[in-house]
Design a binder for this molecule. Structure first.
Ligand code: PHE
Length: 336
């Protein structure tokens, strides 16, 4: 009986097929209930004990050969199935690379610039209460920003509204942290304004806040100058006195854009100067509202509209383009 094994081993090794039913027949012939291997196991029972070990080993060799062959046939028939289904010579799907929205591109640039001088990014909700958007920022009750005409109210008494500026994040951050603090708060803001090429009811701002001991207006000016140099390559700035309820003194910052081209004349209205942000020293009344000792600490804050800056950098003329998400506009930012 055992002498048959060598011939069977050759048979197993030589068996080749990719036809499913032939493979199945092969399996049944060797591994089936009445198959060759079971015959050998039956036979093994009658083998005298002292020969059992040798006989068992031979049978086992055959068993392994059979199982190895079945495994081999299985994987090759699987891969031939894949080959039949897929045309591997077809050109691959092109991987469409998306592009970042210009608002995000510029926002990230601004964040990088301020990160390099120690500012961290902070976040706040777009739906705000009266305290964080107005009262804590020293905005008096009769301030026009509190008017229905300017603000989208969600509920009244108590007021719940869409934040009109990112300055609300100043308050939230100061309430929950101890000085020194140096943060940048980018985000969407909402104002009840007629939509035109220059204004939109939704836009983006970046707020900056720095509170520490001995922070001065000179620090503010230096920081802004560093920023305009990094972002625009322009270091000439001027600060015009202005008014915000939450800063004292307050200023508008203009950057000297120059008058080198016709576009420069157009966007600066012939002056060469461009307004880029509002800023000032945080009003001690605001510090008091968030329980920061205004005798010991002082600080500055600034806020800028991102759309305006994007329009400047990329010479875009209509703010509505940012919200229409026209793919033809977005695709132009692919390589940036
Ligand atoms: N929140 C002001 C605005 O929306 C900008 C600003 C921020 C001014 C911080 C001063 C300080 O116009």
């Amino acid at each position: 009986m055992l002498e048959k094994i060598d011939a069977l081993l050759v048979e197993v090794q030589n068996f080749q097929s990719s036809a499913k039913d032939e493979i199945e027949q092969f399996r049944i012939r060797f591994n089936g209930k009445k198959g060759v291997l079971n015959d050998f196991y039956e036979f093994l029972k009658q083998v005298p004990n002292e020969q059992k070990k040798d006989a068992g080993q031979k049978i086992n060799t055959l068993k392994q050969a059979v199982n190895g062959k079945l495994e081999e046939l299985k994987t090759s028939s699987e891969s031939s199935l894949i080959l039949e289904k897929e045309d591997l010579t077809r050109p691959a799907f092109p991987l469409e690379l998306g592009s970042r929205h210009p608002i995000n591109l510029v926002k990230n640039k601004i964040i990088d610039i301020f990160k390099s001088i120690g500012f961290a990014v902070a976040d706040g909700p777009e739906i705000e209460d009266d305290w964080h958007n107005f009262t804590a920022l020293n905005l008096p009750e009769y301030h026009p920003a509190r008017d229905m005409q300017d603000t989208f109210f969600i509920e009244q008494n108590p007021d719940v509204l869409l934040r009109t500026h990112t300055s609300s994040v100043q308050i939230r951050y100061m309430e929950n942290n101890e000085p020194p603090m140096r943060i940048l708060a980018p985000g969407r803001v909402f104002r009840n304004e007629a939509v035109s090429s220059r204004s939109h009811c939704i836009f983006h701002q970046i707020e900056g806040l720095y509170i520490d001991e001995n922070v001065s207006f000179a620090d503010l000016k230096q920081t802004i100058q560093f920023f305009t140099t990094e972002l625009f390559g322009k270091s000439k700035i001027r600060m015009r006195p202005s008014y915000f309820p939450f800063t004292e003194p307050s200023a508008e910052v203009d950057v000297y854009w120059g008058l080198n081209s016709e576009t420069d004349y157009r966007i600066t209205k012939g002056t060469g100067w461009l307004e880029i942000m509002g800023c000032g020293m945080v009003d001690p009344a605001v510090l008091k509202n968030v329980n920061i000792d205004s005798d010991r600490f002082s600080g500055y804050a600034f806020g800028m509209g991102i759309e305006r800056i994007v329009m400047l950098l990329y010479q875009m003329s209509d703010i509505r383009m940012f919200f229409e998400n026209d793919i033809r506009m977005l695709e132009q930012f692919k390589t940036l």
